[in-house]
Design a protein around this ligand. Structure first.
Ligand SMILES: [Zn+2]
Length: 304
């Protein structure tokens, strides 16, 4: 059995004007690793690659750690803890952040939310879009995001459901440029090349696609670019073959037959989803299940 646990933000503190970035502190991360250690041995990347059949077949539980998005704090904070405990992990990167030195749309939204009062952010978006919420939109937004405040529910609904993808990017880019310097954010938010090379010495780098798009809605041509161009770029950067992919967002809507075929055709052997569960012997290697760190022992949503 193999339990895979995924992380995003790892920082010393998550204080911001408007909390919008969530993750684990360094000490929570270390504590969780120690708790997980009681539940199974951690494996190295080479052990995973060489012995995955035996590991999946085994009645014993093994643990594998992964990080999505190539964030610098995953190197400076998380990797230090991993080294202290003598552990390895996969780090999944988007080529856009390194090849073009740009900031992913998903991170631009996180950053805007951290500095803008939610009501103001919503108002600005509605204004840019020239869009008024219908009664149905209001009702739907409250239902889909029932744990959020009304303003946050409308904000998330607008961002995730009502925007066509391209116009969303244009408007978010514009708002982002009003408040941030993209190059500066890129330098501080993502790893640099020497950090990537350090991780790649132990084959710890994986593909997280080019632009971090929702793959399930893309046409074939764009899908091939998202998956294969990113792999090629990362292989060139690290001088080593890359055989793993983590699908952005990773839910079943994202991982269509076309997505799996494209991943396979471009020589990815292992694919990591965000479907929760423990992996066993019969599982398809291109749709491995993965827990979010909040859902396992020591996490915020863990219920034993
Ligand atoms: Zn991601």
């Amino acid at each position: 059995m193999l339990t895979i646990v995924n992380y995003h933000y790892i920082r010393k503190s998550f204080e911001s004007k408007y909390p919008s970035i969530f993750g684990m502190t360094n000490s929570q991360f270390k504590e969780q690793l120690l708790l997980l250690k009681n539940e199974g041995d951690f494996i190295t990347i080479n052990e995973f690659n060489n012995n995955y059949k035996d590991l999946l077949n085994s009645r014993n539980n093994f643990n594998l750690i992964t990080f999505d998005d190539g964030l610098k704090e995953q190197f400076t904070n998380a990797y230090s803890v991993l080294q202290e405990l003598n552990l390895e992990a996969y780090f999944f990167l988007n080529a856009l952040n390194f090849k073009e030195k740009k900031v992913s749309l998903v991170h631009k939204i996180h950053l805007l939310k951290s500095i803008l009062e939610p009501k103001l952010f919503l108002k600005q978006l509605k204004l840019e879009l020239n869009y008024n919420f219908s009664k149905l939109d209001k009702k739907r937004s409250r239902k889909v995001y029932r744990f959020d405040t009304i303003v946050n529910a409308e904000l998330k609904y607008l961002l995730n459901f009502l925007f066509p993808n391209d116009s969303k990017a244009i408007i978010i880019d514009k708002l982002f440029d009003n408040h941030f310097n993209e190059i500066e954010v890129n330098n501080s938010l993502y790893m640099n090349e020497s950090e990537i090379l350090e991780l790649s010495k132990k084959n710890m780098i994986g593909n997280h696609t080019y632009n971090h798009k929702h793959l399930g809605v893309l046409g074939k041509k764009e899908l091939v670019i998202e998956i294969t161009e990113s792999k090629k770029y990362l292989e060139k950067l690290t001088y080593s073959p890359i055989n793993t992919i983590s699908y952005p967002y990773g839910t079943e809507e994202v991982i269509t037959e076309d997505v799996l075929k494209t991943a396979k055709d471009s020589h990815h052997k292992f694919g990591f989803t965000t479907e929760k569960g423990i992996n066993g012997s019969l599982d398809n290697l291109l749709i491995l299940k993965r827990f979010d760190c909040n859902d396992v022992i020591g996490g915020k949503k863990y219920e034993g």
